[in-house]
Design a binder for this molecule. Structure first.
Ligand code: F6P
Length: 407
């Protein structure tokens, strides 16, 4: 019996989402009963070299010692991948070789050792400056850079990227490849010359957001909430702070590496106790998650708006989704920035088991509707309480969506 196997070789500059994609792809293929393992060159280098190899010149192609060492790890990893695929015959297998592999020479070397008709190259592309900056800022928090200040580490990492840029040859002549925009989940180019096993599944995976657990929380009670006032930057009440503490207790046993908030104090104040109950957790405020800007109505209560600006209240009632506050926003105009915020979250949270967003009422409605189909006219009425949160889990086979009480 012939059993299927595939070698997947990642290609792309650092910080383009290769490792995240590899980890998610591994999970997805395993769920389909395929034995899959990721072989990461960087992990091998960090494990086997005692010396510091994080400084940029190590990656300078002219640095003979660095280049030889990296080549050695590439070959070692390739051999590990081959042993994995060739061993324990009789099971379908996929080996993912996760490294930059940006030079044509490196790829030729890999291909000379593998059956080319069983190799799929996946090139990860993302040129969104903003996302790259944030990703680099997050990446340099790893132990590899702990001897440097954040700014020094960022400079060092950028320099490393430049060295890779100097030898980068995008995929063009390889037999089987796919180029993917890892920020937008979009296939940019495909070139398939062999009927590669599992390819239909892999292709579908590349364009599907994949979320193990996403906890979507609304900030705790604020002074503005007590008066039914909208917008502003009000802080949490004692009740709100208690809600934040209850959330911290509720999530204590889960590992939350990153909490995404808006840049308003009510979401950050809700995040702080949760962060404090975790180890190595970072709060990342994103302005994409700021509450709907109610323009001339900022700081007013709904009753005041009804009284002083009845035209606003009635027009909004007529078509809440499309209504745009004078000098402000509407649900309709929030759509783009919320989408961008969600993509940022998915990109920056890598392959985390748990992702947390602490947002606002209108924001959370829009985030929910990004994942779960709702008619537009129903989106502005989605229930977003402060004593419960939404738990979502999404992959190619399921979509879980649950409202849970935390206290
Ligand atoms: O908590 C109040 C609030 O977040 C306001 O800041 C915002 O304008 C409002 O909810 C959004 O809800 P709706 O669209 O139902 O007015």
């Amino acid at each position: 019996m012939r059993v299927d196997f595939i070698y997947i070789i990642m290609v792309g500059l650092p910080a383009r989402g290769k490792t995240t994609l590899s980890g998610k792809l591994q999970d997805s293929l395993r769920r389909d009963g395929i034995r899959c393992r990721v072989f990461n060159n960087g992990d091998l280098r960090r494990k086997l070299t005692k010396d510091n190899t994080s400084y940029p010149e190590f990656f300078d192609p002219k640095n003979k010692t660095g280049a030889a060492l990296r080549e050695r790890y590439a070959i070692m990893n390739l051999n590990h991948a081959r042993t994995f695929v060739e061993g324990n015959q009789g099971k379908p297998k996929a080996a993912i070789i996760d490294a930059t592999n940006v030079s044509a020479a490196r790829r030729r070397m890999l291909l000379s050792e593998l059956p080319a008709e069983r190799v799929l190259f996946i090139e990860c592309i993302n040129e969104d400056r903003d996302i790259l900056d944030e990703n680099i800022r997050y990446k340099v928090c790893t132990p590899e850079f702990s001897h440097l200040s954040t700014e020094e580490a960022i400079t060092s990492f950028r320099k490393r990227i430049q060295y890779y840029q100097g030898i980068y040859t995008p995929l063009r002549t390889e037999r089987n490849f796919v180029k993917v925009n890892t920020f937008h989940y979009r296939i940019l180019e495909e070139n398939l010359n062999d009927g590669l096993p599992f390819y239909d599944r892999i292709r579908d995976f590349l364009v599907t957001p994949f979320i193990k657990n996403l906890f979507l929380i609304r900030h705790g009670e604020t002074y503005f909430n007590l008066e039914d006032r909208i917008g502003g930057d009000s802080g949490l009440t004692v009740g709100g702070l208690n809600q934040a503490r209850a959330l911290a207790g509720h999530f204590e046993k889960k590992r939350i590496p990153l909490i995404f908030t808006s840049d308003r104090q009510r979401t950050i104040q809700t995040a702080i106790p949760i962060q404090e109950a975790q180890q190595g957790c970072k709060i990342m405020p994103l302005e994409e998650f700021n509450e709907i800007d109610s323009g001339v109505c900022e700081g007013m209560s709904y009753a005041e708006i009804r009284k002083k600006m009845p035209h606003v209240s009635s027009a909004r009632k007529q078509d809440k989704y499309n209504y745009v506050y004078p000098e402000g926003e509407g649900y309709v105009t929030m759509e783009e920035r919320i989408k961008r915020g969600v993509k940022k979250v998915l990109y920056l949270s890598s392959h985390s088991e748990n992702i947390m967003i602490i947002g606002h009422r209108a924001v959370n409605r829009m985030v929910l509707s990004h994942f779960v189909f709702k008619r537009k006219e129903d989106v502005p009425y989605i229930y977003v309480p402060q004593d419960k949160y939404y738990h979502m889990a999404i992959n190619q086979n399921k979509k879980l969506f649950q409202l849970k009480k935390y206290a």
